[in-house]
Each structure stands twice: as C-alpha cells, then as structure tokens.
Design a protein around this ligand. Structure first.
Ligand code: SAH
Length: 229
C-alpha cells in the first residue's frame, strides 16, 4: 500500500471545506438527537466524521439519509441513528480501549476513535479490511488498528477491552468476546437468528466479573459469519 499524507482539510479536527456539513448537522439533529440520543460527546463525533467518504463514490449524495447503505461484498454501513445509539450505549471515556467486530466501511470505528484512546477493529472480509484501513489512514485516524480476521475469536493480544461493539449479528453471544470484556466494561451486540430481526443487547460486566444483559431495541444486522475450522 502506498502511504500518503492526508490533505490538511481532511484530517480529523481540521477546518473543513466539506460540502456536506449542513447535511451532517441536519442528520444529527433530525435523525439522532430528535430520537433521544442526547450524549453530547457522541453527537459531536457524529457531527465531525465525514460519513460521505465512507460510502461508495456513487452514493455520496445519500450518505446522510436515514438508513443503511450498501458498501459492496453484500455488506452495509449501518443507519446513522444505530451507529449513534450503539456508541451512546457503550458510555465511552477518553481512556477506553475499544474492540469493534465488523469494520465494514470503517465509519463506526472512525466515530469511536473520536471518543476513546484506541480502537481495534476486526473484519472477516479481507478486501473490506484493507480498504477501510487505507481510508482511515488517508483521513488521518491514527488511533485505529484494523485487522483481517474472525471476530468470534476477538483480539486476544490487546484484551481485555473497556468496550466491545459488535456490528454483525451472531445467533448467540460469542464466549470469547465476553471473556475479553474488562470488569466494569460494556458490550453492545445485536443477537438473534440470521436474516430475521435481532435484539440489540447491552451487556455489562461488573467488578466481580458477573454479566447482566438488557435488550434495548429490535435491529436488523447482517449475520456474523462463522469460518469453518
Ligand atoms: N461497522 C461497519 C458496518 C458493519 S457491516 C461500518 O461502520 O461500516 C458488518 C460487517 O461485519 C461486515 O463488513 C462483515 O463482513 C463483518 N463480519 C461478519 N462476520 C464477521 C466475523 N465473524 N468477524 C469479523 N467481521 C465479520
């Protein structure tokens, strides 16, 4: 891969000449804040990350619409509201280390990266892992590491994590991910049958290591695929 410095106006936090600023502010106000996600840090991150750069070229004009969009390989970038809701449920702090399962376009990782110390993101489809990694590097996101691999195994080398956010749906909560959650940590994960509606779960591990789980809303994610082994 060639390395290339990000254009100054694209680096995170740089002043922007971005033609989609008004669309993005409207997205946050109308789709996210209006539906009850009020965490100021999350809203600020959603106002900052240029979602239109994470969708395919021909779809830029739809990037701020109220729904998921295809990103190739039969995968999707999640609806903005769901990205914001999952991020808010994770109750991040600036020192957190986060694991994301299902890098996809890299958008959710970029949003998380504005709120925490470091994001480890794992993606099972190698072309998506490579393109997200290249895009995130080009845009100047330096605290995200992308890995091609199977999220059912988690990311043992950097575990345990303060937050684990899963953006593909397994049929049950993967044991390795629970094991890699820190005491005091939060996991946000859609769980349920393939190609049906799933439950978005917030799983919390207390200081003693016991977990509690609560169902937040019904959601529809692509399945978290199992590798044959
Ligand atoms: N978070 C992404 C959207 C994810 S779509 C974004 O912001 O764009 C779900 C992604 O999970 C897909 O890219 C899919 O390939 C990936 N995925 C599915 N099963 C997986 C597994 N077992 N391990 C890692 N990634 C997986």
């Amino acid at each position: 891969m060639t390395t290339q410095a990000p254009p100054a106006d694209m680096a995170p936090g740089a002043p922007s000449q971005d033609p989609f600023v008004a669309d993005r502010l409207a997205m946050v106000a109308e789709q996210i804040a209006a539906r009850g996600v009020t965490d100021a840090r999350v809203l600020a991150a959603m106002r900052e990350v240029p979602r239109h750069l994470f969708v395919p070229d021909g779809m830029r004009d739809n990037a701020y619409a109220d729904g998921p969009l295809p990103i190739g390989h039969e995968q999707t970038i999640s609806q903005p509201y769901i990205v914001a809701l999952m991020t808010a449920l994770a109750r991040t702090t600036p020192t957190d280390i986060v694991l994301e399962v299902g890098t996809g376009s890299g958008y959710q990782a970029a949003v998380l990266s504005r709120l925490v110390a470091r994001v480890c993101s794992i993606e099972i489809l190698e072309p998506l892992a490579r393109s997200a990694e290249a895009l995130l590097r080009r845009l100047g996101y330096t605290n995200i590491e992308v890995r091609h691999g199977d999220g059912y195994q988690g990311w043992p080398e950097d575990a345990p994590f303060d937050v684990i956010l899963v953006t593909a749906a397994p049929e049950s909560v993967p044991a390795a991910l629970v094991a890699q959650l820190k005491p005091g940590g939060r996991m946000v994960i859609p769980v349920g049958p393939v190609s049906r509606v799933q439950d978005l779960l917030l799983i919390e591990k207390d200081r003693s290591g016991a977990t509690t789980s609560r169902s937040v809303i019904p959601v529809r994610f692509v399945p978290m695929v199992k590798t044959s082994r």
